[in-house]
Design a protein around this ligand. Structure first.
Ligand SMILES: NC(=O)c1ccc[n+]([C@@H]2O[C@H](COP(=O)([O-])OP(=O)(O)OC[C@H]3O[C@@H](n4cnc5c(N)ncnc54)[C@H](OP(=O)(O)O)[C@@H]3O)[C@@H](O)[C@H]2O)c1
Length: 267
């Protein structure tokens, strides 16, 4: 399907790995010019290099999206290099394990900064530019836990619910400017987030998983919790994000699309 976004300009956060990198590749294949960001410079420049090798037009801007001026910096970089910004994919971050009694103010604030405030700031910086250009698409990465909260990931899931509401409300605020805003409620998708964050936590909270290899554990959780019987792949999320970010999408806005293989929980 031609997404009809050749030559559009996209900003993708958290684009050096996992789902963000898959989104960047999908948009590059559709002819979109890209501004990618993540904190780690080396991995970001590898991501940029690999997309350039495929003929993609892309720059990397290494930064932490929790910086107060990160949104402005990214929109400025897109404007200086490519003349503006049409698409924003807010993807940076990862889940933070634990329930209410496991986490204090610092953890809540840190996660609010990355999941919510960074998203609000980048959207606020990009919308005036999209308005001038008469076209815009915003995709906010959320979690299936924003609809079905799991106490093992409480901070992430409370903030995912906030992202879903931000998405629905903002969509109405900007709908008459030809800017469409949607979220993706992601289920279990195998990325580094699982390798070094979720798998150790799953072993800790589920003694029955402790003796399993990573592969066995992922297979077990996929079979137990996800009706389609497996974890998702980053490319499967990227395909949805690219459609929502495209001109083929003209009538979906304010929506949180569930991409979880039918699952309501991770582990
Ligand atoms: N994978 C899942 O099962 C799943 C499920 C539900 C929701 N999600 C959501 O989907 C999104 C992507 O997840 P993922 O699994 O692909 O994660 P990942 O593999 O851990 O990749 C995260 C990306 O975000 C970047 N990043 C992290 N903190 C950042 C910061 N403060 N500023 C700028 N960049 C930052 C990372 O690079 P640096 O570390 O170098 O900055 C990396 O590029 C996240 O928002 C996550 O919460 C994922």
């Amino acid at each position: 399907m031609d997404l009809l976004i050749n030559d559009k300009v996209a900003i993708v956060t958290g684009a050096s790995a996992g789902i963000g990198l898959a989104v960047a590749r999908e948009l590059a294949a559709a002819g979109v010019k890209l501004v990618l960001t993540a904190r780690g410079e080396e991995r970001l420049s590898q991501a940029v290099g690999s997309i350039q090798q495929q003929g993609g037009r892309v720059i990397g801007v290494p930064l932490d999206v929790t910086q107060a001026d990160a949104g402005d910096q990214l929109v400025r970089a897109a404007s200086e290099k490519f003349g503006g910004a049409d698409i924003v994919v807010n993807n940076a971050g990862r889940a933070h394990p634990g329930g209410l009694l496991d986490n204090g103010d610092e953890e809540w604030r840190k996660m609010e900064d990355i999941k919510l405030h960074a998203m609000i700031r980048l959207n606020r910086a990009a919308i005036p530019v999209m308005t001038e250009r008469g076209w815009g698409r915003i995709v906010n990465m959320s979690s299936i836990g924003g609809i079905f909260p799991n106490p093992k990931l409480l901070i992430s899931h409370v903030l995912s619910a906030a992202i879903n509401n931000l998405t629905r409300g903002l969509a109405r605020e900007v709908a008459n400017r030809n800017i469409l805003v949607n979220a993706v409620a992601i289920g279990a998708v195998r990325t580094e987030n699982w390798e070094d964050n979720m798998i150790p936590k799953a072993r800790q909270t589920r003694p029955d998983l402790a003796g399993l290899s990573d592969e066995e554990l992922i297979a077990r959780l996929g079979a137990e919790d996800t009706p389609v019987g497996r974890f998702g792949r980053p490319e499967e999320i990227a395909a949805i994000a690219a459609f929502l970010a495209s001109d083929r999408n003209g009538f979906v806005t304010g929506c949180t699309v569930e991409a979880s293989g039918g699952a309501e929980r991770f582990f």
